[in-house]
Design a protein around this ligand. Structure first.
Ligand SMILES: [Zn+2]
Length: 502
């Protein structure tokens, strides 16, 4: 009993002693990086300490978790770059503890409205983790985050429920799990780790009965000045977020959806108001994945920058820019998983598809970043469609030797489609019937009006052609249905013009 008492006593003393120690004395063996969160990393011990200033406490931070790499044959739509989780977190202080919470912005009330208190009381934020403060300074808290980032902690969603069931994935093996890398920058902090699991129902060719995943957590401060929200106009399709405002006068909470859109604001507000094109303060920049085959890159870039055409209708020039992946010299910080960089990912996978997801500020719907995904085998889908859909009217589509530029043009339309999603636009099948079939078969009509654009319909070629169709446009382009909605999605849209067009 005495021995136990002494042990407890010495543990308490140690804890007290640790808190009395200044931060510098606790981290002198660690490599430090100042940034949004200051990190202290000990690669040999694989130990990660984090330090947060009081000024960061309570601030909403966006945490996006993505696969950096993952096992073969895991899941058709899970690939390098796939997002496993996106949530708003915040560090808060409770005595000598740092509490990590997950915030929600679905239920709201106006600041100062008494009901705001009840919204808070009835929406208690879940606690993801609690860390012990280690240092003696009052304004800054140092804590050990090694354990949190060495497992599939709450909020990471590293392994989905379906996959867990399909592969009979067991509990994480901590001996084969570790933190790989930690990087911190003024606006964000990046933490990469590897998680290993035993599996009882392994996919073919997996003899180790093991799955290892490398994940990256990108933690970024949400904008200091939230973007104005725009309620969705249901006449035009927009991806949106649902909110409930309890400060409503409607005798019930006001339930509405806010559009998700990029923060495009004109550099020259006066010129913009006069109808002169203005560049945005911050253009939308998409990088090409370094894994993209060189011959397809020009088409990918065109598919991205094609969006300048509708943005010009909305009053912006050079609103969207495609860039080649930077070299280490050009940008040593570049990483496709870093939430500061939007990237069109090129994925070596047998999946035949492409997707255009995005990361949003849940307070306002502001799109912060997007990683469009192109799966390699999708090339064959388009070769096949080209043969089947245009062969009757297109001599080039009667052989398996599809010209490279034709495949490239189709990829360009698919990338434009996915970038459209990444800009906030969902499918709108109405556009599939926007033109009568005989107009689609008219060369003069399609050359003037172009084909229903690929953003709104699901294909890059057109099926209604007949052998009699000559000179018709074969590959989908743009057309009026694409340019109109883009106008309403800019921060400072010309509303009168939009209404006239819409
Ligand atoms: Zn789509």
């Amino acid at each position: 009993m005495k021995a136990l008492f002494s042990l407890v006593f010495s543990l308490v003393s140690l804890a007290t002693f640790a808190q009395e120690k200044p931060l510098d004395s606790l981290v002198n063996e660690y490599a430090s990086q100042e940034g949004l969160i200051t990190t202290y990393w000990h690669p040999e011990k694989s130990k990660l300490l984090l330090a947060v200033n009081d000024s960061l406490l309570g601030k909403p931070l966006l945490m996006v978790t993505r696969y950096v790499s993952l096992p073969a044959n895991y899941s058709a739509y899970r690939n390098a770059g796939s997002k496993t989780a996106e949530s708003v977190i915040s560090f808060e202080r409770e005595a000598n503890k740092i509490v990590l919470k997950q915030l929600s912005y679905v239920n709201l009330a106006e600041e100062g409205d008494p009901i705001a208190q009840s919204v808070v009381q009835n929406n208690l934020a879940p606690i993801l983790s609690v860390f012990e403060k280690m240092n003696s300074e009052k304004q800054i808290a140092l804590f050990d985050a090694t354990d949190f980032f060495s497992k599939d902690s709450p909020g990471f969603n590293a392994v989905g429920e379906t996959e867990k069931k399909n592969f009979k994935i067991g509990s994480i093996d901590s001996k084969r799990s570790f933190i790989n890398e930690v990087r911190s920058f003024p606006l964000n902090t990046e933490i990469t780790h590897t998680l290993t699991y035993p599996i009882a129902a392994a996919p073919r060719s997996n003899r180790s009965e093991t799955f290892s995943f490398k994940l990256n957590h990108s933690i970024i401060a949400l904008p200091e000045h939230p973007m104005p929200t725009r309620k969705v106009d249901h006449r035009v399709g927009w991806f949106s977020l649902e909110q409930y405002n309890y400060s409503s006068e409607a005798l019930k909470s006001d339930n509405y959806r806010i559009a998700t859109r990029w923060r495009l604001e004109p550099k020259d507000k006066e010129a913009y108001a006069r109808g002169v094109l203005s560049e945005p303060i911050k253009p939308i920049v998409f990088y090409i994945d370094p894994a993209t085959p060189l011959k397809w890159r020009p088409y990918f870039k065109k598919g991205i920058e094609d969006w300048n055409r509708p943005f010009e209708k909305a009053g912006f020039k050079n609103a969207i820019i495609a860039k080649d992946p930077p070299t280490k010299e050009e940008d040593p910080e570049f990483s496709p998983e870093d939430v500061r960089y939007s990237v069109v990912r090129y994925v070596a996978s047998t999946t035949r598809n492409a997707t255009g997801p995005s990361v949003k500020d849940p307070r306002t719907g502001e799109i912060i970043e997007s990683d469009v995904i192109w799966y390699h085998n999708h090339l064959r889908s388009y070769r096949n469609r080209y043969l089947l859909e245009t062969g009757a009217a297109n001599e080039k589509a009667r052989s398996l030797n599809t010209p490279e530029e034709e495949i490239g043009e189709m990829m360009r339309r698919v990338i434009a489609h996915e970038v459209g999603h990444a800009l906030g636009l969902p499918h709108n099948m109405k556009a599939s019937s926007a033109y009568p079939v005989d107009s689609l078969r008219s060369a003069s009509f399609t050359q003037k009006w172009e084909l229903p654009p690929p953003l709104w319909i699901m294909r890059a070629t057109i099926t209604s052609l007949s052998p009699a169709t000559r000179g018709s446009v074969l590959c989908a382009k743009w057309g009026p249905m694409t340019t109109t909605p883009s106008n309403g999605g800019t921060v400072t849209s010309r509303r009168s013009k939009m209404n006239k067009n819409g």
